[in-house]
Design a protein around this ligand. Structure first.
Ligand code: NYM
Ligand code: MG
Length: 232
């Protein structure tokens, strides 16, 4: 029996992930597929509410702790994702573990003015990756890449933690390194695709659609099962 596909949208804040992921859902539904749209962080769960307070600056957390909460927030959805895929429902995610890796690791690249002494454990790429190992592996991750200049033209950022230019710059750098194949989450053939999000809405949509179609065909042709995210 056919299974659903796991499709992930990643990128910086303002890159259009939310709009593009919702458009893809509509398109797939119009094609007759069952689709579930989810976003991470899912701020509605108890863990999600802790994350929400942290992002809004209403609470503080140790960098390691908040990283693990973001990961736990994905783990609490893991069996739901698996069961939908098994029941032939495609799952479209607005952010997933790549955001977890990119945003936390980016903190370690910021000048350490906020923490005068070295942290007990550095936020290395490996450390940031390991809590997510074992989660359902995306069939396709679309990295919507946007320059900081274009993000600024789109009206700049909101007021949440991380929505600052110097942080976004580092996040983009880490996404770029992952795209080049660095670390366990690094690009594998066809699975982590960079899309120029600076183009018009329709053009981006078209590029997304072509990648989804290619992935779809290859999953069906090769009868690929649902995978889990593994260390390389
Ligand atoms: N974020 C998101 C992380 O730092 N780690 C994660 O694992 C995830 C999923 O949360 N600035 C950050 C990226 C965003 C912020 O996401 C909230 P959104 O999509 O803007 O609501
Ligand atoms: Mg945001």
């Amino acid at each position: 029996m056919a299974r659903g596909k796991l499709i992930v949208f990643e990128g910086l804040d303002r890159s259009g992930k939310s709009s593009q992921s919702l458009r893809l859902v509509e398109k797939l539904e119009a094609d007759g597929h069952h689709v579930l749209h989810m976003r991470f962080p899912d701020r509605t769960t108890p863990i999600g509410r802790l994350i929400d307070a942290y992002l809004k600056g209403e609470s503080n957390q140790d960098d390691h702790v908040i990283h693990l909460l973001f990961s736990a927030n994905r783990w609490e959805a893991s069996s739901t994702i698996h069961s939908h895929l098994a029941a032939n429902t495609t799952v479209v995610l607005d952010r997933y573990f790549y955001s977890g890796i990119a945003y936390t690791h980016a903190k370690s690249l910021l000048s350490s003015t906020s923490s005068p002494s070295p942290p007990p454990s550095p936020l290395t790429l490996d450390w940031c990756t390991s809590p997510d190992v074992g989660l359902p592996r995306p069939d396709l991750t679309l990295f919507l890449d946007l320059t900081l200049e274009e993000a600024a033209r789109r009206g700049g950022y909101g007021g949440e933690r991380y929505e600052k230019r110097e942080m976004q710059e580092r996040v983009r750098e880490v996404f770029g390194r992952v795209w080049m194949g660095e670390g366990d989450a690094g690009r594998k053939a066809g699975e982590f695709v960079r899309v120029d999000a600076g183009k018009g809405m329709e053009e981006v949509e078209e590029e997304v659609w072509m990648n989804v179609r290619d992935m779809w065909e290859s999953v069906e042709r090769e009868g690929k099962g649902v995978g889990v995210f593994e260390m390389k």
